[in-house]
Write a protein that binds this ligand. Structure first.
Ligand code: ATP
Length: 311
């Protein structure tokens, strides 16, 4: 397996924000992610692609404390991330999910405020007794949440219930909620799933704007045009292993990536050896079957001619 890593001059001098090394995740006998290394540097947008079931979401779950990797280590700004999702958020890594997870019966503003809670400092008693410190903190949180809603273009819907937003806006709201925790890195799991081309284009602009605010981005997507337009670097997972990592042009033109998406086996692909073994075994058993059938036919014809002689 060949892995290409191309560094732009800016990327090589930038700080490493995420450093995942040798991440492996097994579920019983299934290895969903196998020995994957991936870095994301400040100022970068990195894409993670791969066919269905390649292990992309499992890898995200390993990065964000939802899963404890069977092997490997994940560091954020040089510190090993704790294996608890709220602590990962606290450390500065936020994420969105493939299936939207909003609080549907809360308003748009309240949803963003929920995302803000990791950054609020007042204690339980101050909140329950509504002490002045709580009031000040709450006002600051609301101001920040409204700024975020301005940023994503939903300030005019702050008091709407989340469930009443159109699908594309719900996805945006998820991003705003993730941003509310003031992350240094945001992980987006299929942010344009189910979007029309205009919404997809707007999401692309939003992600560029997030990057311009100094937040590094790691994004999973199946929309190749979107990913190759957006990303500084792209890594492709196939059957849990990183097949290639490089610039959009390098990954886009790699015939193994094309073959992986078209579902064709290709030389050197992860799992190719197993596929070759199965194919060889099948060919062998077919040949044995043909041989046995030919033998049986020969025996039959000998028997029938003998039978004829007997009569
Ligand atoms: N909790 C789990 N228990 C057992 N197997 C799992 C679990 N989560 C994922 N898997 C398996 O791990 C493999 C990778 O799944 P994963 O969802 O990470 O792939 P993916 O690349 O994100 O796919 P998609 O693009 O379809 O979302 C699949 O075979 C899946 O069935």
């Amino acid at each position: 397996m060949t892995t290409t890593t191309t560094d732009t001059p800016a990327a090589t001098t930038a700080e490493t924000v995420l450093d995942a090394r040798g991440v492996t995740m097994r579920f019983g006998g299934l290895t969903a992610v196998k020995n994957v290394d991936l870095t994301v540097r400040s100022g970068e947008i990195v894409g993670l692609i791969g066919p269905n079931g390649a292990g992309k979401t499992t890898f995200f779950n390993c990065l964000t404390g939802l899963y404890i990797p069977t092997e490997g280590e994940v560091r954020y700004k040089d510190k090993v991330l704790p294996p608890k999702s709220y602590k990962v958020t606290d450390a500065g890594v936020a994420r969105t999910f493939q299936n939207i997870r909003l609080f549907n019966n809360m308003t748009v503003l309240e949803n963003v405020l929920v995302g803000r809670h990791t950054r609020t400092k007042v204690g339980l008693w101050a909140a329950l007794l509504r002490l002045p410190s709580f009031g000040r903190e709450e006002a600051a949180s609301r101001e920040k949440a409204m700024e975020l809603l301005e940023f994503i273009g939903l300030a005019h819907k702050a008091e709407h219930l989340a469930r009443n937003l159109p699908y594309g806006e719900q996805r945006k709201l998820e991003i705003a909620r993730a941003l509310a925790s003031d992350p240094g890195l945001i992980l987006l799991d299929e942010p344009t799933a189910g979007m029309n081309p205009q919404e997809t284009r707007a999401t692309e602009e939003l992600i560029f704007a997030i990057r311009d605010q100094g937040i590094a981005v790691l994004v999973i997507e199946h929309d190749m045009r979107f990913i190759f337009n957006l990303c500084d670097r792209v890594a492709c997972l196939v059957q849990g292993e990183k097949l290639i990592e490089g610039t959009a042009a390098e990954v886009q033109g790699d015939e193994r990536v094309i073959a992986a998406y078209l579902g064709e086996p290709f030389e050197g692909a992860p799992g190719a050896e197993e596929v070759a073994e199965v194919e060889a075994a099948e060919a062998h058993s077919e040949a044995a079957h043909d041989e046995a059938a030919a033998d049986a036919e020969a025996t039959d014809s000998t028997t029938s001619s003998t039978d004829g002689e007997d009569r």
